[in-house]
Design a protein around this ligand. Structure first.
Ligand code: NG6
Ligand code: CA
Length: 495
């Protein structure tokens, strides 16, 4: 049969996927936050479905984003399995299908705005010329990104292949190995800092904040930290407006609420929970603008809108912004144990809200198990595109769960930073294999840590992972270890 005869019809439903950075399970009011107010996110929950067992498949950024883009667990590929620097090469295999390329193939116009953090180029990036391969080479028609994180150099935006606002007479140089150029560093000149560092973050000072890594030049292109949220929101709104007559996929990856947390001054002291709370409210404001844009353009009914986050909440995270002092009772991960970077639920269980008028019943709640690695197969189903046989090996189509039914998942593997250690969920059980004590060093002031012991929890009655049942259940430990081993050797886990 000719391809066209069996190809599904192109979809009329656009997809907007808003991925927050470091927002935890308890950070939105509709997930239990008492003081921090998130009216726009809450409104989406009232109009759509709110998941209570959705997971970022990594407890740090790069692995989750890699899995979202490729439908493959990031620990299968050492390039995308750990937190990347701002000069790491592209971690995604550009010859394979991605979430974006599949949608593009399905007739979508595809755009990314915000945090990339999946590597750029193929080694030795020259920031002063075309920067590729990157988003445009893996399925996006349009990209307005920053390379890694808000706390990593280079602190510039890249639109499609080029640094935005770069003066050719002031070229950019970047290193993660040694100081380059003459810009002062946080370590040498702490008196110049408007935000003090606590751990790491002591290299080049950009806008009064010292970062991870050194950079020189590109001054006219440096972003303004307090305008980051507004800049990205404006670009996202513009992308929607420009493509209002098409079917589009927008991946909006916000800087909020990653460090350095510098919300626009209009959000200062609005949350009652310090800068971290203010940054959550600024994120909520951004969601509100996206919703208002869809409403204004009468696109809301034709758009699947998702709000979620890339890893669990964290307090502090390298700068001295008074997070602990200002918490005011706020529990960023609710009742969950652990933080960003940990294999405990606090590291990877996320708020996940989906609104799709006419398709998703308003005000529903789901306790089905889903992961962000599933978005590839799920979006393919929304678009009516077939999954390639050799693509998205770990991506399950969870559209039935989004529509209020069952998830096809009975298990899910989650990871922390790097390829070494993964945990597995099977039904109500969570199994965390042991880790040799020599490797169990905790980073980030201990917040990122997971105990090195073999652990087994029954989440049905122990959501806070307090009671380790591993010793009492050697049979289950063996069974789950064998399943984890099989998923690894099979190199795929989806049907
Ligand atoms: C860690 C940084 C942390 C943050 C994280 C990446 C230190 C001590 N900690 O190495 O501040 O940047 O990397 O976060 O430097 S993520 O959300 O992008 O994964
Ligand atoms: Ca993150």
């Amino acid at each position: 049969m000719p391809y066209a005869a069996c190809a599904p019809k192109p979809s009329k439903h656009s997809i907007v996927f808003i991925l927050a950075d470091d927002i935890g399970y308890g950070d939105f009011s509709c997930y239990g936050a008492m003081r921090v107010k998130t009216p726009h996110v809450d409104q989406l929950a009232r109009e759509g479905i709110r998941f209570t067992d959705a997971h970022a498949t990594g407890s740090v950024c790069t692995p989750t984003r890699y899995a979202f883009m490729t439908g493959q667990y990031a620990w299968r590929n050492p390039l995308g399995a750990g937190i990347l620097s701002g000069e790491a090469p592209l971690a995604i295999d550009a010859t394979k299908a991605t979430t974006a390329s599949l949608l593009k193939q399905g007739g979508y116009t595809t755009g990314i705005v915000g945090k990339w953090h999946m590597g750029l180029g193929s080694g030795q990036i020259n920031w002063n010329t075309d920067i590729k391969p990157g988003p445009l080479e893996v399925g996006f028609d349009y990209a307005f990104i920053y390379p890694a994180t808000g706390d990593r150099v280079p602190c510039v935006f890249i639109e499609n292949h080029r640094v935005v606002g770069l003066d050719p007479n002031d070229p950019i140089q970047v290193s993660y190995d040694h100081k380059v150029g003459n810009e002062p560093t946080g370590r040498e000149h702490p008196e110049l800092l408007t935000l003090k560092f606590k751990h790491g973050h002591d290299a080049t000072i950009i806008n009064g904040i010292s970062r991870i890594g050194w950079m020189s030049g590109g001054k006219s292109a440096w972003w303004k930290d307090e305008q980051m949220a507004d800049t990205l929101t404006k670009k996202a709104v513009a992308f929607i407006e420009q493509n209002k007559d098409k079917t589009f996929f927008l991946y909006l990856a916000t800087h909020n609420i990653h460090v350095p947390r510098v919300p626009h001054p209009r959000w200062d002291h609005t949350s009652g929970c310090g800068t971290r709370g203010d940054a959550i409210q600024e994120f909520d404001g951004c969601v509100g603008e996206i919703v208002a844009t869809l409403d204004k353009l009468k696109l809301a009914d034709n758009t699947l809108l998702i709000v979620t986050s890339d890893n669990g909440g964290v307090i502090g995270d390298g700068y001295d912004s008074g997070d602990e002092r200002d918490l005011n009772g706020h529990l960023c991960n609710g009742a969950l144990r652990g933080y960003k970077g940990s294999l405990y639920e606090g590291g990877h269980r996320e708020p996940f809200i989906a609104r799709w008028p006419g398709e998703i019943k308003p005000g529903t709640e789901s306790s089905e198990l889903i992961g962000l690695v599933d978005m590839m197969a799920t979006f393919a189903a929304v678009a009516g595109v077939e999954m390639p046989k050799d693509g998205g090996p770990d991506s399950f189509n969870v559209l039935p769960a989004l529509l209020g039914g069952k998830s096809p998942r009975d298990h899910l593997v989650v990871q922390s930073n790097g390829v070494e250690r993964q945990a597995i969920r099977v039904g109500e059980w969570k199994y965390i294999p042991g880790k040799p004590a020599a490797h169990a060093r905790a980073a980030g002031g201990g917040l990122y840590s997971t105990s090195p012991n073999v652990q087994l929890y029954n989440l049905a009655n122990d959501i806070s992972e307090e009671s380790n049942l591993a010793e009492k259940n050697p049979g289950k430990v063996k069974e789950f270890q064998a399943l984890l081993d099989k998923i690894k050797t099979d190199e795929r886990s989806r049907p």
